[in-house]
Ligand binder design. Sequence first.
Ligand SMILES: [Fe+2]
Length: 145
Amino acid sequence: MDTKINESSHKSWNNSYLLDIPMIDKQHINFFKLFDKLMLMSKENDSYENINEVILELEKYTYNHFNTEESLMRNANVENIDFHILQHKLFIDKVEEFKLAYTYRNMILVDQMVVFMRKWFLMHISEVDRNYANTVREYLEKRNQ
Ligand SMILES: [Fe+2]
């Protein structure tokens, strides 16, 4: 698995991550924007205080995005969603850990977040999310007819 996607340009998104579900794709692109912001902060040794803003944005993102995905999966009757929802819970727990770590002035926090978020888009966005794409797309097409 290639872990060096456009790293040098700080532009981590590429169209292979598209699920062709516009409301989800828009949210995923926002995740990559947050990731790019962190990458830049890490490379430029940005001030520690700015990490907090990204953590709060990440928290807001998870709340909205996971709600969107989970209700779409339920409405579309996607099978075996428990594992998917468990992964979302683990992500939410991780963001809580980041919040706590921030209060302890963990000076490698930004790098830990970059590593975690990269793993997330390589394993979750590009693989686990793909499992619901066809069923959700069919559901939305029928709903919009
Ligand atoms: Fe997901």
